[in-house]
Design a protein around this ligand. Structure first.
Ligand code: UGA
Length: 439
């Protein structure tokens, strides 16, 4: 099957590489000539484990190519995926659909024959209808069918998620379009990945409802963690105790500093806008978004409290800056709010992250970025574990403690058992664990 993918961001590039790995003939298109040129030289625009090898293998096999010229790329394509960004619109939180509609118009102006046009970008309910209108008005003879096919991949595990999905959702109003989509996903379908065919609007809503539900689960356990701290209970045991109930499930119950990234914060806001416009308020999601936003800064206050509320002039080392491990993505990362809260309180911040320092630099210009966790901890009064990178899971805690001036370790991901932290000489503070007090 010949496929064109418009947009070589996270979703576009991973989807293109995986589709070509299934044996399809894929062209990935982007307006950014420098990005395309770099991709042709094997340089990835994002850090995603395994992506460079996957791309190299399929480029070498002649199944994956890159282009800036949309017209040639879509010529003869049976499916054209729109995988451009839908950031939050400045000021109101609505999803900014200008890139999606621009792509639809460009496709319309070049489309010569029948094709399925698939929105893979996360788009609010009704966007497919608008894309269809554009295609119908601007390419009346082309016979374009518009499908919604939302993506559920996680950064850092994107290839695995693409190849072993929990489900594939296809929102279409037309049998022929469904047939083509089934053909594209046949390799996964044979692996028994459930393929759910719905109306286009329903598929669009499934994506937002899934992200909002996961954000709710995280926020729920984060609030339970606060309660655990207040009543001397352990959130990890609570999470296990409820997660073993099959109706609840154990995933996404890790309490932490609040969710970040390019999806949950933006998608919950966009869903709230849809709900507001449709006069069907989602009060739970409203609370989730507010609680999570407040939590990130509250983590800065937690560190200050761990310094006995005497933070001015002190130095704090942050270990892990990205919103989660295995990515260099800093979008809406809790570390940004933590740095702000600490700097506002007169703290000097040093930091280390395995992959995210280049992206972090402009976001935290006063933070000294260090070459290793131990260098960051040198002379610090407190160390804060913000992101659970593998490289931060097996630190030599005694060595870390020796390089420091103080003895405070705030573990915002509960990576280390409290006993280990204590025997290394630290006063430890976790999330949702009974507080340990200085002797
Ligand atoms: C999320 C969804 O998990 C994907 O299914 C979806 O496709 C994607 O958004 C998207 O819409 O594109 P992602 O943002 O890459 O994926 O990362 P997650 O692994 O979901 O983590 C999001 C945030 O939640 C991170 O800050 C993470 O640290 C936090 N989190 C996650 C927790 O604090 N606790 C948990 O138990 C799980």
């Amino acid at each position: 099957m010949r496929i064109a993918i418009i947009g070589t961001g996270y979703v576009g590039l991973v989807s293109g590489a995986c589709f070509s790995d299934f044996g399809h003939d894929v062209v990935c298109v982007d307006k950014d000539a420098a990005k395309i040129e770099a991709l042709e030289r094997g340089i990835m625009p994002i850090f995603e484990p395994g992506l460079d090898q996957l791309v190299a293998r399929n480029v070498a096999g002649g199944r994956l190519t890159f282009a800036t010229d949309l017209s040639r790329a879509i010529d003869g394509a049976e499916a054209i995926f729109i995988a451009v960004g839908t950031p939050s619109r400045r000021g109101d939180g609505h999803a900014d659909l200008s890139y999606v509609f621009a792509a639809a118009r460009e496709i319309a102006s070049e489309l010569k024959g029948p094709a399925v046009v698939v929105t893979k970008s996360t788009v609010p309910v009704g966007t497919g209808d608008e894309v269809e209108r554009i295609l119908r008005e601007e390419a009346p003879g082309a016979e374009a069918r518009v499908v919604s096919n939302p993506e559920f991949l996680r950064e850092g595990a994107a290839i695995e998620d693409f190849k072993h999905p929990d489900r594939i959702v296809i929102g279409a109003e037309d049998e022929r379009a469904v047939e083509i989509m089934r053909e594209i996903y046949r390799p996964l379908y044979l692996n028994r990945a459930p393929l759910l065919v719905t109306s286009r609007r329903t598929a669009e809503l499934i994506k937002y409802a899934a992200n909002a539900f996961l954000a709710t689960k995280i926020t729920f356990i984060n609030e339970i963690a606060d309660l655990c701290e207040a009543v001397d209970a352990d959130v990890q045991d609570v999470a296990r105790g409820i997660g073993l109930d099959g109706r609840i499930g154990g995933k996404f119950l890790h309490a932490g500093p609040g969710y970040g990234g390019s999806c949950f914060p933006k998608d919950t806001l966009a869903l709230l806008k849809t709900a507001e416009d449709s006069q069907a308020p989602l009060r739970i999601v409203e609370a989730v978004a507010k609680v999570n936003e407040a939590r990130k800064r509250a983590m800065g206050r937690k560190v200050i409290k761990a310094l006995d509320d005497d933070a001015r002039g002190k130095t704090v080392a942050l270990l892990g800056l990205t919103f989660k491990p295995n990515t260099d993505d800093m979008r809406d990362a809790p570390s940004i709010s933590i740095v702000q809260a600490l700097e506002d309180a007169g703290v000097t911040v040093r930091a280390y992250d395995p992959e995210g320092m280049e992206q972090a630099r402009p976001l935290m210009p006063n933070v000294e970025l260090c070459k290793s966790p131990y260098e960051a901890a040198e002379g610090a009064d407190a160390v804060v574990l913000v992101t659970e990178w593998d490289a931060l899971r097996a630190l030599d805690l005694k060595r870390l403690a020796h390089t420091m001036r103080g003895d405070v370790l705030v573990d915002l991901r509960n990576i280390y058992p409290p006993d280990e932290v204590e025997s290394a000489g630290f006063v430890g503070h976790g999330i949702g664990r009974p507080a340990r007090t200085r002797d």
